[in-house]
Design a protein around this ligand. Structure first.
Ligand code: NAP
Length: 257
């Protein structure tokens, strides 16, 4: 199926981990993808990978916590591809630090990228979507902060709870323009960021608490995002889907096989 045929899709944080999965799955499904990250090497690599499988993609280097960068991202997309149909806002960080050691700088940094970044990316893209009376916005949220808590991630959890609140109100405001706003809440997905920011011990502990017995893959999140961005999902807005291998279901460790 080519649900994304000729659709113009921006994927923030689209060169590594979950975002790379989203970029590739959308491109395979026919989308023209603008990959948005800060590091050029990773961006070039994912664009090459997409071209190798016959897809269309290019990149824009920008920081989601910069209003100027987000405005230039939207402008570049419109200049290059004519419009913005879908925004997959996925860029996010999860540096682990317990509250007793957390500084105001730690707090502000995570908020700037994860929460302010969400506002800035949506704000930059929505004007074109409103003019076109068409848009799909899919935000990568998290089970953390919405269904669970996690030591060392209080700042992160607060931003992802905030993201879900943002989704609900943005969905109401943008519904009249035929723009839907939804989110995917990943459980624990094996990505470069998971490996470098949280580490092996964390990963093992998570595996033990997942009924499906393993971490998810970036593609697992990408397919949920693809559905929410498709025309089949045109009447779904303001919702979030947990994609977590059942991790948020058990009442205790005894409920996991
Ligand atoms: P990752 O492997 O670290 O990749 C993050 C991507 O975002 C990279 O491409 C990175 O590229 C980009 N990025 C980071 N900060 C940015 C910024 N300020 N501006 C623009 N791009 C930025 O992370 P991931 O595990 O795939 O996570 C992706 C999203 O899923 C995040 O929102 C995260 O909170 C969410 N999530 C992940 C998991 C999980 O288990 N992995 C679980 C729940 C939620 P550059 O560094 O080059 O900019």
């Amino acid at each position: 199926m080519e649900r994304m045929k000729d659709k113009v899709v921006i994927v923030t944080g689209g060169a590594r981990g979950i975002g790379r999965g989203i970029s590739k799955v959308f491109a395979k499904d026919g989308a023209k993808v603008l990959v948005v990250v800060r590091s050029e090497d990773a961006a070039k690599k994912v664009v090459e990978e997409i071209k190798e499988i016959g897809g269309e993609a290019s990149y824009f280097l920008g920081d989601v916590s910069s209003q100027e960068d987000m405005e230039n991202m939207a402008k570049t997309c419109i200049e290059r591809y004519g419009r913005i149909d879908v925004l997959c806002h996925n860029a996010g960080i999860f540096p682990e630090v317990r509250l007793k050691d957390m500084t105001v700088e730690d707090w502000d940094h995570v908020n700037d990228v994860n929460l302010k970044g969400t506002f800035l990316a949506v704000k930059a893209c929505m004007e074109n979507m409103m003019e076109n009376k068409y848009g799909r916005i899919v935000i990568t949220s998290s089970i953390t902060g919405n269904k669970t808590g996690n030591p060392g991630l209080a700042h992160y959890a607060a931003t992802k709870g905030g993201v879900n609140g943002f989704i609900k109100t943005a969905a109401i405001e943008l519904a009249q323009y035929n723009i839907t706003v939804n989110g995917v809440e990943p459980g624990n997905i094996m990505t470069e960021g998971m490996d470098s920011q949280l580490g092996e011990e964390y990963i093992k502990a998570q595996e033990a608490s997942i009924p499906m017995g393993k971490l998810g893959k970036p593609e697992d999140i990408a397919y949920a995002a693809l559905f929410l961005a498709s025309d089949e999902a045109k009447y779904i807005t303001g919702q979030t889907i947990a994609v977590d291998g059942g991790q948020t279901l058990p009442e205790s460790m005894f409920a996991v096989n």
